[in-house]
Ligand binder design. Sequence first.
Ligand code: F6P
Ligand code: MN
Length: 332
Amino acid sequence: MMTLTQYLQSQASDELASTIDTLAKSSIAISALLDKGALAGIHGETGNENVQGEAQKKLDVISNDLLLDALTQNPHCAGVASEELDDISPANDQGTLLVTFDPLDGSSNIDINMTVGTIFSILPYPRVGSQATEADFLQPGVQQVAAGYFIYGTSTMLAMTLGQGVVMFSFDPTSQEYLLINDQVTISQTTAEYAINASNYRYWLDPIKEYIDGLVAGDLGVRNKDYNMRWVAAMIADVHRILIRGGVFMYPFDTKIAGKTGKLRLMYEANPMSFIIEQAGGASTDGVERIMEIKPSHIHQRIPVVLGAKEEVDYVKDLHAKAGILANGDPA
Ligand code: F6P
Ligand code: MN
């Protein structure tokens, strides 16, 4: 079986291979800590809040520090941005790549022994020789040179795209290597499975209410077929399920918190997952625009997300268009 190192040697530039290798090494350390669980003293909260106003779990902090230390020491990395840190961290002026990451997506799952993961996005660094600033990171998702996630589930896996399809690796605890298990991950255009936190129903815009009403009505409604629902409450696990067996995942615009345009972060969650889903043959939108074409306004920007089976994503986009919604959360 091909190892991740061998795959990167044959498919990526030296700079990109080295950066992904650094991410993979950190993921192996994080996975080992998760395996120890309560025995490693990683459960419970630190008492601090992150920049998004959420309580940080101990392992969020540890994972963040592991990734930050490793990446800033990589000579090819010009700068790093983490969901957990207010500001970007400039790294090596001679680096040609920028890395953004969510060190531990779904971190509230740690204490209940459920799936979490690390999401990453790699962007080109155009100003080699000078110190990276936040403005350098504000590139639309179409500029990504690679994106992926390490999922710490019943086993540890890596799903990744370098822009030519999606590949999946499984971590072998014996050899301590990621081994290639699928060199062409594809998802179906159609599905009968959806993922949404339906408790937010009353805060959604009309097109999303109409869409979910149609799915719940099943074979008695406009869609003429029954749908099933799944929600792990960790984007990484819901997206992984879609890569494995199809589906559509949504965290749409809602009016629950004034001024908050969606829950998920464009740079750490929406863009990398959109890149992977599109490269596997799916689609991704905020309801109006293709997510990867959105020019980020700031590093911690939040965005509504609808991604997965193309037929469903297009259906949701049509509902927004018919309702005259011109931009996310902005009824005409
Ligand atoms: O990172 C945000 C996140 O934890 C996602 O991983 C997940 O999809 C979502 O929030 C869960 O939201 P909720 O708490 O509404 O179920
Ligand atoms: Mn997250």
